[in-house]
Design a protein around this ligand. Structure first.
Ligand SMILES: [Fe+2]
Ligand SMILES: [Fe+2]
Length: 162
């Protein structure tokens, strides 16, 4: 993470509060964002199907990402986070390792996502939907990276030492 005061904030936070924040600021937000971005992407791809710069395949890839993220977040919500909240973080080596492997997969998904969205470069005269799509996908990418960094760098090390 590049913002020092933000890092400081997460570093000082107690694990139960950190989990509640992660659920609200990231898990719920990614779900809401993807539920908005998938139909928006389908719309842009179909309205501009003949345009040379159309982000073909973006909607399908967002659906794939939604599937992978949902199953990952569900495992955290139902298994790992309750263990940590119950003070069993030291016994969570296995589940934490699985989550860290999945984070690596998510990061590589984000590279594909950005490529499909043409590095968020809009064609000249892009309509409002196209603009909203790229700005929404760029925000999603940034927030998924933050989410992963907070879990890897702050939550998991703290949980393992609690
Ligand atoms: Fe998470
Ligand atoms: Fe995670």
């Amino acid at each position: 993470m590049n913002n020092n005061s933000n890092s400081q904030k997460w570093n000082l936070m107690e694990v139960t509060k950190m989990i509640d924040q992660i659920l609200e600021v990231f898990h719920a937000k990614h779900r809401a964002d993807l539920e908005m971005l998938i139909p928006l992407s389908e719309k842009v791809e179909s309205v501009h199907a003949d345009h040379a710069d159309v982000p073909k395949g973006l909607a399908d890839f967002l659906k794939h990402l939604y599937g992978e993220l949902s199953s990952h977040m569900q495992k955290e919500e139902e298994i790992l986070f309750p263990m940590i909240k119950n003070g069993q973080g030291m016994m969570a080596h296995g589940p934490i390792q699985v989550m860290q492997h999945e984070h690596v997969d998510h990061i590589s998904n984000l590279e594909n996502l950005k490529n499909l969205a043409k590095d968020y470069v809009l064609p000249e005269g892009a309509c409002g939907s196209w603009q909203a799509l790229y700005s929404g996908v760029a925000t999603l990418e940034k927030e998924i990276r933050e989410h992963i960094a907070i879990e890897n760098d702050f939550l998991f090390p703290k949980a393992l030492n609690s």
